[in-house]
Ligand binder design. Structure first.
Ligand SMILES: CC(C)(COP(=O)(O)OP(=O)(O)OC[C@H]1O[C@@H](n2cnc3c(N)ncnc32)[C@H](O)[C@@H]1OP(=O)(O)O)[C@@H](O)C(=O)NCCC(=O)NCCS
Length: 160
């Protein structure tokens, strides 16, 4: 079934919270931080430093992406969070959200996109997803999140 992408509205808040709770990869702390970011965005969409796009199928929101310009940089942007309802994964929705976010970043003069993720095996799927979209692991901070759980920093240079 076709999906449509649009900016997040405040009426989507409860659904996004529900989606976050269905993602097995996210810990309760991850969910708390992701919710805080969404709340900050809704309080001041233009001034929060965050942009949130959602994907809906027949009015049901099933996925979202949150991204924004990295403070104190010229043209560097971060993809902060993205998630698709588990039962809707693997249908191209995440790719379309990422593709649209990238187009909007290019339109805004962005030149570099950064993503941070964990080396844990449950994040392998997300790591492959990003690598397949031309994000390259450029840094590994050993034991950053916990012993044996490294931080991976990925980047994509735009306009190549
Ligand atoms: C990472 C994530 C957002 C991807 O979302 P998604 O909607 O499943 O993304 P897509 O469907 O576009 O791509 C997923 C895979 O399905 C494949 N796919 C894409 N379109 C497809 C289609 N029409 N039919 C079947 N498979 C398809 C893609 O090739 C992709 O494989 P890859 O990862 O090996 O590249 C999703 O897996 C997720 O929510 N993970 C848990 C949360 C998470 O880890 N978030 C990232 C860190 S914040």
């Amino acid at each position: 079934m076709a999906h449509r992408i649009r900016p997040m509205l405040s009426s989507d808040k409860a659904t996004l919270h529900d989606i976050l709770n269905t993602i097995p990869e996210f810990s309760s702390d991850d969910v708390l931080v992701a919710r805080e970011v969404i709340d900050n965005y809704l309080r001041d969409p233009a001034g929060s430093g965050y942009n949130v796009l959602v994907a809906e199928i027949e009015k049901d929101v099933v996925a979202y992406i949150c991204y924004g310009p990295t403070p104190l940089t010229k043209g560097t942007w971060d993809i902060y969070w993205m998630a698709t309802l588990p039962e809707k994964q693997g249908h191209g929705i995440g790719s379309d959200l990422l593709g649209l976010a990238e187009s909007k970043i290019v339109e805004s003069g962005g030149r570099l996109i950064m993503i941070e993720t964990s080396s844990r095996s449950d994040y392998e799927k997300a790591l492959h997803f990003h690598q397949n979209h031309c994000y390259e692991v450029i840094c590994r901070l050993s034991d950053f999140y916990a012993p044996g759980d490294d931080k991976l920093i990925l980047q994509k240079k735009l306009g190549r």
